[in-house]
Design a protein around this ligand. Structure first.
Ligand code: FAD
Length: 351
């Protein structure tokens, strides 16, 4: 089942669970990795609404896991990805999310606008979650032709609260510059997932990181580097976190980056996989320039980057705890074609 399908079905009842920014993404992988999306500041990560799961473990057993039954496994599947078994059922909490002020706001991507956008997103009420894609404007029909290819902030915004408050919350963003296009409006939440172009299936080279802040200097770097990219499409995506997500203790689930303030993804898109190596230095270069003190990574956005980066997704004691649970439920590492957490060598033990 995909995020879009679930959201439409739940939306018929004025309810929702927060997933990511793309309707065609499966809720299986997204939930097990954490789930950062349109409701992250208001309701937390998707795993914060995971109440129970059914998991087929490496030995073929079907386990029902929740806070009371196999709590170790329930802890691990909330962020540990597909390492512990195949989730065949997920029980998710539904929130009352009906009408929201949301949609897309396109602003000219100057360094001032980018830095101010981030500052406003941090200062905004937590009802408002934002995903700011700094990228060349795609040739979308609602964008005037003179903007096509020009660098814009394409912001996906969701204010899940009272509609009047929502309008007040988005006003400062509208005032940052004359919008290139302003499509923010009251809408039913499932409209946040518009139909996707089935034909457009690009491949990408990506790097993900957490940042503490994006000042004018960092914003200038983003603009300059994006202007220099030769990829079919290059993007720096900025997600301001905080709110409900940050109130969950770091050791409550296998997603430990609760205090990380901003998630940034750098990506270069291409039509065919063989075109990607050409753009990799650009992506890794910009990511290295932007990276600050927070060495962590969100597992959902990691590509095939090696063991060290998987460890970065699970800092400190999270890694050891996951490896011990892995040894308990999958000692032979049957589930290894993933962001792999190998079983702890001395971790075999009873469940
Ligand atoms: C276009 C796009 C946008 C995205 N946006 C967001 C976003 O906004 N927020 C966010 O948090 N993430 C986002 N992601 C990342 C996404 O959460 C991960 O790619 C996730 O793994 C996708 O899950 P899936 O079920 O669709 O993928 P699949 O390719 O089917 O699965 C990926 C991996 O997840 C594991 N897995 C999947 N289902 C199960 C299951 N039932 N049981 C056990 N393991 C399973 C397996 O290890 C599998 O190899 C995005 C990804 C894409 C491609």
């Amino acid at each position: 089942m995909t995020a879009g399908e679930y959201t439409v079905a739940a939306g018929e009842h004025g309810l929702a669970t927060g997933f990511g920014d793309t309707g065609t993404v499966g809720i299986g992988g997204l939930t097990l990795g954490g789930g950062v999306g349109f409701l992250v500041r208001k309701h937390g990560l998707t795993i914060d609404d995971l109440l129970a799961a059914e998991v087929v473990t490496a030995d073929g057993e079907l386990l029902r896991v929740d806070a009371e039954t196999h709590p170790d496994l329930f802890w691990a599947v909330r962020g540990g990805g597909g390492n512990f078994g195949v989730a065949t059922r997920l029980k998710l909490r539904l929130r009352e999310v009906d009408q929201v002020v949301g949609g897309m706001l396109f602003l000219p991507a100057t360094p001032e606008v980018i830095a101010s956008f981030v500052a406003e997103a941090e200062a905004a009420p937590e009802e408002l979650s934002t995903i700011a894609n700094v990228m060349p404007a795609p040739p979308m029909p609602f964008l005037a032709p003179e903007h096509h290819g020009q660098l814009v902030v394409m912001a996906l915004m969701t204010c899940a609260g009272d509609l009047e408050e929502g309008q007040r919350a988005v006003a400062p963003f509208r005032a940052l510059a004359t919008p290139v296009a302003d499509m923010l409006r009251p809408m039913s939440y499932p409209e946040m997932y518009p139909p996707e172009d089935e034909e457009f299936r690009p491949v990408a080279v990506t790097r993900t990181m957490f940042m503490d802040g994006i000042d004018r200097g960092a914003a200038e770097t983003i603009v300059e580097r994006l202007q220099a990219s030769t990829a079919m499409m290059a993007v720096t995506q900025i997600r301001v976190l905080g709110g409900a997500m940050a109130r969950v203790p770091a050791d409550a689930t296998a997603f430990a980056h609760r205090k990380s303030r901003i998630m940034v993804n750098v990506a270069a898109l291409a039509e065919r996989p063989e075109q990607l190596p050409e753009h990799e230095p650009w992506v890794t270069g910009l990511a290295a320039e932007l990276r600050q003190g927070d060495g962590g990574a969100y597992v959902g956005f990691l590509s095939d980057e090696g063991e060290e980066r998987v460890r970065a997704a699970y800092p400190g004691s999270t890694w050891d705890r996951l490896a011990t649970i892995k040894a308990r439920y999958d000692p032979d590492n049957l589930f290894r074609l993933n962001q792999n957490i190998p079983p702890a060598v001395d971790g075999r033990g009873s469940r």
